[in-house]
Design a protein around this ligand. Sequence first.
Ligand SMILES: NC(=O)c1ccc[n+]([C@@H]2O[C@H](COP(=O)([O-])OP(=O)(O)OC[C@H]3O[C@@H](n4cnc5c(N)ncnc54)[C@H](O)[C@@H]3O)[C@@H](O)[C@H]2O)c1
Length: 395
Amino acid sequence: MKSMAVIGSGMFVTGRGTPSHGTVIPALVMMLQDRTLDEVVVVVRSEESEGQLRADLERLFECLGWRVGIRTAVARSASEVQAVFDDCANLVGCIVCTPDSSHCDYGLACLRAGVATLMVKPLANTSYEARLLTETAEDLGVYAAVEFHKRLDPANRRLKLAFANGLIGSWHTGLVEYSQRRSIPMDVFGKWVSESNVYNYLGVHYADVIRFATGGEPVRVSAHGQYGILLEHGLQVHDTIQVLVEYELPAHGQPFQLYMQLGWNDPPASSAISHQRIQVVGSEGRIDSDQKHRGHQELSSKGLDDLNLYFTQPFLDGRGGVQFGGYGIDSIHQFARDCMALAEGAVEYQMLYESRPVFREAAFSTAVGDAVLRSIESSGEWIDVDTSWIVGARN
Ligand SMILES: NC(=O)c1ccc[n+]([C@@H]2O[C@H](COP(=O)([O-])OP(=O)(O)OC[C@H]3O[C@@H](n4cnc5c(N)ncnc54)[C@H](O)[C@@H]3O)[C@@H](O)[C@H]2O)c1
């Protein structure tokens, strides 16, 4: 018997509030179907959430053309999670998918219960929380990683290869554009968006991509933010944020400058959930990776859709049913397989520690986030990124 727990049942878990089905549950139901897992328990906060979860699962099963059993459990706060875990036979891991400001409480509850933890990004809202989570995981020897699925996107793996083999010489500058429809913060998570910001929600992904591709360390940050339509709708959060991050890259004599233009300002008519692209200019060439226009466009009575077929998507499986695929699915599967391999002794904790976005590794992106907020408050002043505790001795 092997079970996996999921805390939270929102957009990323089930596609709640959108026509999609999310990523976490589609990935896990496939593992139930092929019996890699025996049980999935979704932990919700209330009976009302449980009802909504059941409705979202029905939508998914209708799309799949097949169904599996999913157990639900109610925990009204992080302190009730242990009791849910006690009820699970051979729990191999837990995926925490709650609002950013609750990541620390739920993460600590999982780690203290000795349960391998996958935290959706961002690791935490602040470096203080990131450090607490990291040191708790390491002190207790519990495997803990962040669900940075962009590390599995072939385009970003190619970027890493290009850095490793020096394809474009030394890296000088980079540009990231990442924005989403404003309906996402307004309609999907309006209740908690004011506790987050567009760096923590979007930019953090590409701060991690640069860490993944280069192994570099962020040194200092200058950032600006603009209030607009979100504030007009009562949400105390910037529509757009621009961030300049200076990195020290391995074997590079001069700093690498990454400019990120981030926004929750795309109008509803945008042809994709996200505009996302990354460019890098080096001493001997450049890389342009358009991560929105992946070459698959659908125009129907519903409108124009630029689909990212590489991220979570449903596909016909050739037997009349539907299976989900893409790097979002791969990322959840990777965590579940890592947990099982750890439990069986088939993989060393150290091997995962060196190859996955474990908490200490993910903490670089949170440290950038701290500096972003401080720089915005001081009108774009350069703020040093404090990574001193991250680069200290590893376990
Ligand atoms: N939506 C995405 O595509 C996506 C992708 C990657 C990561 N994430 C991250 O996943 C997390 C959840 O995002 P989402 O889009 O599913 O949000 P959501 O608002 O749709 O869902 C949040 C879930 O957490 C529950 N919840 C709300 N407040 C809570 C609290 N204080 N304690 C415990 N549970 C609470 C809600 O009932 C809901 O089930 C966020 O940290 C987000 O940044 C989202």
